[in-house]
Design a protein around this ligand. Structure first.
Ligand code: PRP
Ligand code: ZN
Length: 300
């Protein structure tokens, strides 16, 4: 036995679409870190938490094998590896603790411009290039379509022009990559976003305590990101209508306005994002001087 305190290892993507926001999330949870000389580990200074910067494809395996206690990866790669591991061994390889609010994209089929192929049903007997062979095979099986899955580890979008495939199934975010490669987007088979994973093994109590704390802080960060503090002047008569326009808001604070009996000041915390449409509806209900402010921290 050693007295060295157990440190939690979190695997995140080294460089890619999730890197910046994953590091930002950990920082908002209070983590201060110094990067090691090789830039592959960030050592937590004020919490027993170290961050491993790895290839996203390796994250689910590192968490399954308990090399890392936690991991942050896109649902696309998590689901692909989960199906793959389940084929090897029929036990859940990791626990998905929660969805995170970034890294939104979709896994979708795409067909070359000018090709007669336009949907999955037309792929019978054809070749599909993808980096997500398990997800695609699973989907084709459920659609009763028999097709050949050609595995590519990257640059899937060039497979049709190389003559290696008739269609592709790949991640789409803005759609710019598809357009640049003269491909038409088809069916979405998975809506993806970042998720937080935990190892399937029982963690020792001293680690469990910090994992619990971290998870609670993640909840707090997510809530605050959406929450807004709203102040406005409004007709007393419209208070019920205004409350109905603000989703997830608790009882508003209503304050008198000097020299006015018909109008009041309203302060409210709204737990969902507030869009321009909402502000326009508030104005239509008679609200004026509407201010929307971000919430810094919140402990429910
Ligand atoms: C994905 C996908 C496309 C691109 C699509 O790659 O493979 O190349 O993003 O994005 P767009 O619709 O905004 O053009 P990613 O950046 O995830 O890199 P990787 O597949 O090499 O990990
Ligand atoms: Zn990748």
């Amino acid at each position: 036995m050693t007295d060295k305190p157990a440190r939690i290892k979190v695997a995140i993507q080294k460089s890619g679409r999730l890197t910046e926001q994953s590091l930002d999330l950990l920082q908002r949870c209070g983590l201060k870190y110094t990067k090691g000389p090789d830039q592959l580990i960030a050592f937590g200074e004020n919490m027993p938490v170290d961050v491993l910067l790895v290839r996203d494809d390796d994250i689910p395996g590192l968490v399954r094998d308990d090399v890392c206690d936690l991991g942050i990866a896109g649902l696309n790669i998590v689901e692909e590896k989960r199906l793959h591991f389940l084929q090897q061994e029929p036990i859940e390889p990791f626990r998905i603790l929660r969805s995170l609010d970034y890294g939104h994209c979709r896994l979708a089929f795409a067909y070359p411009d000018g090709s007669p192929l336009r949907n999955v049903a037309s792929l019978e007997g054809r070749r599909i290039a993808t980096s997500y062979p398990s997800i695609v095979r699973d989907y084709l099986r459920r659609q009763n379509v028999t097709a050949t899955v050609v595995e590519f580890s990257g640059a899937v979008e060039i497979a049709p022009s190389l003559g290696r495939a008739d269609a592709i199934c790949d991640l789409v975010s803005t759609g710019a990559t598809l357009i640049a490669n003269k491909l038409r987007e088809g069916e979405t088979i998975l809506e993806s976003h970042a998720v937080l994973l935990q190892t399937p093994v029982q963690v020792p109590p001293e680690k469990a305590e910090w994992i619990g704390k971290l998870l609670q802080r993640v909840e707090g960060v997510m809530q605050v990101r959406e929450s807004k503090y709203i102040m406005m002047h409004a007709p007393k008569a419209a208070l019920a209508q205004i409350a109905a326009l603000l989703p997830g808001s608790e009882a508003p604070t209503v304050l008198p306005l000097d020299g006015r009996d018909d109008r009041v000041a309203v302060h409210v915390v709204c737990r969902e994002n507030v869009f321009w449409e909402t502000l326009e509806s508030l104005k239509a209900a008679g609200a004026t001087s509407v201010l929307v402010m971000p919430v810094e921290k919140m402990l429910a």
